[in-house]
Design a protein around this ligand. Structure first.
Ligand SMILES: NC(=O)c1ccc[n+]([C@@H]2O[C@H](COP(=O)([O-])OP(=O)(O)OC[C@H]3O[C@@H](n4cnc5c(N)ncnc54)[C@H](OP(=O)(O)O)[C@@H]3O)[C@@H](O)[C@H]2O)c1
Length: 330
């Protein structure tokens, strides 16, 4: 099949429009590995790409999709052969390189990870960049000394992609998890993932004007930025750490040095995009092995190219729950 279906975003005089188009393999950029994409997923960044955010995508028309899992069709390198099942997340996929919302991608071999035994292609996309990022955050927190015995861990943006997998993974590893959400109606969902307590965004924002707050959290996974992020830093226990993943509320943080110099706390950065491939493979192996999560189906909202546009609007409005998984068919 040289023709394939793709979700395309086009720039017009009145804004960005989305439609499903027929494309040719010959339209794809040069690269080492041609992949038959079986599954992709919806991440917040895909919403930014689909609405012309120049920090994500500058060239249009464009096919977003920062995640892809599929089967190698052609390979110019010895590391991969036709039939291999592979995962691609991050690097430039779906940013200015046509992404996983097309049934074919062609990418450099240096972006491709072999599917680890123990994880199906479908499961890898239920996790996707969001789940991978949650795991990377847990990895960094544990590297900084976090253990289940150290105390409760806060997860913000808890019903979102990074947040929901973060809650599930931490609970799986034996942590006491407190979940911050703006969706009180989803308290049951968060409890089913393993959250011990639900906190409102208002509660998470209380005390913004104070230099320090009561020492509460041993660790934090933050996906929202802004006041909620720094309130969480001010509430870390002595020596605790916050892993900063996202900015859905704000990229600005109202910070002082006080928590750092009085409480010895750490603000850790998390980047899944440019993380070297060997480290990416290590995190995927962990998710396929000791960190393998059961009950992933509860996180999935099944999407197709036809239903993707509505889901993109919902993720940008902060209304998605769990993970949107795009089924690209045969
Ligand atoms: N560093 C990396 O490598 C990396 C990788 C993946 C994602 N990210 C970033 O992480 C963030 C989350 O990504 P995602 O794919 O998980 O997005 P998502 O599914 O949309 O989740 C974000 C969640 O944040 C909460 N939220 C939304 N607007 C908010 C606001 N104004 N104030 C407070 N909370 C708000 C909502 O959850 P509740 O309703 O439950 O509060 C929402 O579901 C994004 O900024 C994304 O770019 C970074």
């Amino acid at each position: 099949m040289s023709g394939f279906r793709a979700f395309q975003v086009e720039k017009t005089d009145t804004g960005y429009v989305r439609r499903i188009v027929e494309r040719q393999v010959a339209d794809l950029p040069p690269g080492d590995v041609l992949i038959d994409v079986r599954y992709s997923s919806l991440n917040y960044k895909d919403g930014l790409s689909a609405t012309g955010n120049p920090g994500v995508t500058r060239q249009f028309p464009h096919t977003p999709g920062i995640d892809a899992a599929g089967v190698v069709l052609e390979s110019a390198v010895a590391d991969f052969a036709p039939g291999d099942e592979v995962i691609v997340i991050g690097f430039d996929l779906g940013m200015n390189t046509p992404g996983g919302y097309g049934q074919r991608i062609r990418v450099p071999a240096g972006w491709v990870v072999r599917r680890p035994a123990g994880l199906t292609l479908h499961e890898s996309m239920v996790l996707g960049t969001a789940g991978f990022t949650a795991a990377l955050a847990v990895h960094k927190l544990e590297h900084a000394g976090l253990t289940p015995a150290a105390g409760p861990v806060l997860v913000t943006g808890a019903t979102g992609g990074v947040g929901s997998v973060g809650v599930r993974l931490l609970a799986h590893l034996g942590y006491e998890v407190v979940a911050v959400t703006g969706k009180p109606a989803q308290a049951g969902f968060l409890q089913s993932l393993g959250a011990a307590r639900i906190m409102s965004r208002e509660e998470a924002r209380a005390g913004t004007d104070r230099p320090l707050l009561k020492e509460t959290w041993a660790g934090v996974i933050d996906t929202v930025g802004g006041e909620i992020l720094f309130n969480a830093v001010k509430s870390l226990r002595y020596g605790g750490s916050l892993a900063a993943c996202g900015l859905v509320d704000s990229p600005q943080i109202p910070a002082t040095v006080l928590p750092f110099i009085l409480r010895h706390v750490n603000l850790l950065g998390v980047d899944s995009v440019q993380l070297p491939l060997a480290q990416k493979a290590e995190i995927w192996n962990r998710l396929a092995g000791p960190w393998r999560l059961t009950g992933l189906a509860a996180l999935e909202e099944r999407l197709t190219l036809e239903t993707l546009s509505d889901a993109i609007d919902r993720i940008l409005a902060g209304r998605m729950v769990g993970r949107g998984v795009v089924h690209l068919g045969g």
